[in-house]
Design a protein around this ligand. Structure first.
Ligand code: NAD
Length: 338
């Protein structure tokens, strides 16, 4: 069994830990946290060994009646791989610790691409991460775009991607984020960082991205236009996308009119935390005008990178090839089973 350490047990870290625990070939060696908050209690309740991420604050856990197994250094020393899900910038600073122990590390999308050997999306460039010391699982938005681009590029060739990203202001628990009652071009300048970020996965892809921020917490919404080299019918494109387990084609008959209903649907389907690991693509929005494909897709920022982290673990360790890893991950979680 692959022994996985999770350093940073917040929005992404706690989901990755649960996804790892669900896999047949890996287990959670332990998780590290800075503070004894409700998530720390949740980790212990789930049976994960809890480690203090900051030595000076280790006593606080005992003061709150939470037992810890040790310090993060000990956790890393015993691991085959570390998933670092600390806030942006902290992951890069932690690389030294992982290198000291010779343990490969996965960082998240908030880190700089330059900090790592490879930026990763399972569908698009799984093989590039094999044997790497430091890998960055790209952000939620870049993951959503990469999953869409990969099959379109293979099937039809792509001349240009233009995507407008309507981004949630913050995650549901981020009470300090905004805007509260506003719509922000964000950033005002073009391109937003997402296009160049997609280029860390597809270096030669022509892509322009624009970003906005809105007062919402549930999901991001992408309005996408892809100029294809071929001119397939919309039905053919729909069929292609429906064949991808990590793309969920939302049938019109479901009456899912937005991210609120989509989140409710995921909760009704019994998804943990109401997570939607797949891109949610409105089937009726998939349209062709000449060579131009148009569609809307919803991206659940808190969870779409979770299966990608699980695959990145197998990729860096050379534990399985792409198809086998993605299939194992998806079957264990129920990805593509909606
Ligand atoms: P978060 O704030 O929810 O969780 C981060 C956790 O790390 C918190 O529990 C925090 O206490 C802990 N932490 C802080 N400093 C630490 C340290 N030195 N050692 C160990 N733990 C420490 O953040 P998040 O939303 O999970 O984001 C984590 C990373 O994932 C970021 O790079 C972010 O850009 C990326 N990401 C976030 C989202 C999202 O929408 N939330 C989506 C995709 C990628």
């Amino acid at each position: 069994m692959i022994q996985v350490a999770v350093n940073g047990y917040g929005t992404i870290g706690k989901r990755v830990a649960d996804a790892v625990a669900a896999q047949p070939d890996m287990e959670v060696l332990g998780v590290a946290k800075t503070r004894p908050n409700y998530e720390a209690r949740g980790a212990v309740d789930r049976g994960y060994d809890l480690y203090a991420a900051i030595e000076d604050r280790a006593d606080r856990f005992a003061e709150e009646g939470i037992e810890i197994a040790g310090l993060v250094d000990e956790l890393v020393a015993g691991a085959d791989v570390v998933v670092d899900a600390c806030p942006s910038g902290v992951g890069e600073a932690n690389l030294e610790l992982y290198a000291e122990h010779g343990v490969p590390a996965l960082l998240q999308g908030g880190e700089d691409a330059d900090a790592v050997d490879v930026s990763f999306n399972a569908r698009a460039n799984y093989e590039a991460a094999e044997g790497a010391d430091a890998v960055r699982v790209v952000s939620c938005n870049t993951t959503g775009l990469a999953r869409l681009v990969a099959p379109l590029e293979e099937a039809y060739g792509i001349e240009k991607v233009r995507a407008t990203l309507v981004r949630r202001g913050g995650d549901p628990a981020q009470s300090g984020r905004g805007p509260i009652n506003d719509i922000l071009p964000n950033p005002v300048e073009l391109p937003s960082h997402h296009g160049p970020d997609v280029n860390t996965i597809f270096p030669d892809l022509a892509i322009d991205t624009l970003g906005l921020k809105v007062p919402a917490t549930l999901m991001h919404m992408h309005s996408v236009n892809v100029t294809l080299e071929a001119e397939p019918a919309a039905d053919e494109v729909r069929e292609l996308l429906a064949g991808e387990d990590r793309l969920f084609l939302i049938d019109g008959s479901y009456d899912i009119d937005g991210s609120g209903a989509l989140k409710e649907f995921a909760l009704d389907a019994g998804r943990p935390r109401g997570d939607l690991w797949e891109n949610g693509i409105w089937a009726d929005s998939v349209s062709m005008e000449g060579h131009d494909l148009y569609l809307f897709q919803a991206i659940h920022q808190e969870s779409d990178v979770v299966p990608e982290n699980v695959d990145a673990i197998r990729a860096v360790l050379g534990a399985a090839g792409r198809e086998e890893s993605m299939r194992t991950t998806d079957e264990a979680l129920g990805v593509g089973a909606l």
